[in-house]
Design a protein around this ligand. Structure first.
Ligand SMILES: C[S@@+](CC[C@H](N)C(=O)[O-])C[C@H]1O[C@@H](n2cnc3c(N)ncnc32)[C@H](O)[C@@H]1O
Length: 417
């Protein structure tokens, strides 16, 4: 109950939905803080959080997920390069105002700053604001020093151009750093959006995935209020569901997840461009290492190998790749989107079950597996994982029954064993 009070408080304050990160991701830091403060239980810690804003900020720092890297997903930056030049050509008299929210440790707004620099667009043509709720993230961003983890794309020529090697990694050029104005703020703080000059372009990527539907809708309303009438919104690739039935039109830039504010599905870009925009070098993602074994593979490697047909849906394939890379919240969101459209997507139930189980939610995982098995009673992979879950829960009788079902199914479907 006390943990629920804490998760509700976090949801109210910053939008975080416990289901998207897993309850443990909140329970662990809450318990650590409770012990550090010498409080007897989580109920006392919940009381403290409700009356102590500084403590709430400390907990927020502990639960945020700062995962980011330079030129994360190449397509949005390729699209931005083109759209930015088109908009500048269409409105030569004023600067394009860009907001990166959340900016985390700075990789996203600095990527935009490097892109603008490479395109020869001075600060008088492009201004960049960057906002995040975490002061710690912003402190790292302002420092401008990064380790290998921030450089995950294949083509690192931008690093040669804009960084110098230092003892503990790479330091970003001061002129590029100076192009970004950082600010600590919570998207949901009513003071944040009030009276703010509107933006031409907002990057709000990989934030909505941590919210439930209702909070996503609140966030979109705020972002809308921050955008000019013809402004552009870039979201993360697992987040397009949040814009369904909202006044945003997708732009025809494959995989950029860029949208124009408005309802008319007209042009995908600004007014005619006088000069041809300079193309932006595509940034190919670095090839991923062999994905680690999933829990399902651990449960039944042979069945898993044979029972993994080509993905029926591109988003499900993306979800698998994301899950294998450890991006569980994004992967879960994609599965849910697939399931919202296709209630019979057995593989989406199965993948979501693996994710929920990995996030420490075996009950949810079991419910999802039972849905998969309702649709396909002989699904070997689902049976193998369910048996494993039941065994872990000390429900040996039930596990035995499922294992027998699995054996029967494997006899009937030798190709799946
Ligand atoms: C996964 S990072 C995304 C960074 C970057 N946009 C990207 O896609 O690489 C998520 C960030 O959201 C920030 N955040 C979470 N809730 C927020 C809120 N309510 N307002 C502002 N920032 C928030 C976290 O501090 C974290 O740095």
């Amino acid at each position: 109950m006390s943990l629920e009070r804490i998760t509700r408080l976090l949801q109210r304050t910053m939008g975080l939905n416990a289901a998207s990160v897993g309850r443990l991701a909140i329970a662990r830091p809450a318990e650590t803080r409770m012990q550090a403060l010498g409080l007897p239980n989580l109920s006392a810690y919940a009381d403290r959080l409700e009356s102590d804003g500084a403590e709430l900020e400390r907990l927020i720092e502990a639960v945020v997920i700062p995962e980011t890297w330079f030129f994360r997903d190449s397509a949005p930056f390729e699209a931005l390069a083109r759209l930015l030049q088109e908009r500048i050509a269409a409105h030569p008299g004023r600067a394009q105002r860009i907001l990166s929210l959340p900016c985390s440790t700075g990789e996203e707004p600095y990527s935009i700053a490097m892109l603008a620099t490479d395109l020869g667009l001075p600060a008088s043509k492009v201004t960049i604001d960057a906002v995040d709720i975490s002061e710690q993230n912003l402190c790292n961003a302002r420092r401008g020093r990064y380790r290998d983890n921030a450089f995950r794309v294949d083509d690192l020529s931008f690093r040669d151009r804009h960084f110098r090697a230092v003892e503990d990694g790479y330091e970003l050029d001061a002129a590029v750093r100076a192009r970004v104005r950082f600010r600590c703020a919570n998207l949901f703080d009513p003071d944040f959006a009030r009276d703010r000059e509107r933006y031409d372009i907002i990057f709000c990527r990989n934030l909505l995935i941590y919210f439930d539907r209702e909070t996503q809708a609140r966030a979109i309303t705020i972002l809308e209020s921050l955008l000019l009438e013809d402004g552009l919104l870039f979201i993360g690739h697992a987040e397009s569901g949040a814009l369904a039935r909202r006044a945003f039109v997708p732009l025809k830039h494959p995989r950029s997840f860029a949208f124009r504010r408005g309802t008319a599905p007209t042009r995908d870009s600004s007014p005619p461009v006088p000069a041809r925009p300079r193309p932006w070098k595509p940034w190919k993602p670095r090839r991923q290492p062999t994905p680690p074994a999933t829990l399902a593979q651990a449960a039944h490697p042979q069945a898993t190998r044979a029972a993994a047909p080509p993905a029926p849906d591109e988003r499900l394939a993306d979800a698998r790749a994301l899950a294998d890379e450890g991006h569980l919240a994004e992967a879960a969101q994609l599965c849910e989107e697939v399931l919202a459209e296709r209630h019979d997507a057995v593989d989406a139930y199965l993948l979501l079950a693996v994710i929920r189980n990995t996030a420490g939610e075996p009950d949810d995982a079991e419910a999802l597996l039972r849905k998969a098995l309702y649709l396909d009673p002989g699904h070997c992979e689902a049976l193998a994982l369910l048996a494993l879950l039941l065994e872990r829960g000390q429900r040996h009788e039930e596990a035995l029954g499922v294992r027998r079902r699995l054996e029967r199914s494997q006899r009937r479907r030798p190709e799946a064993s």
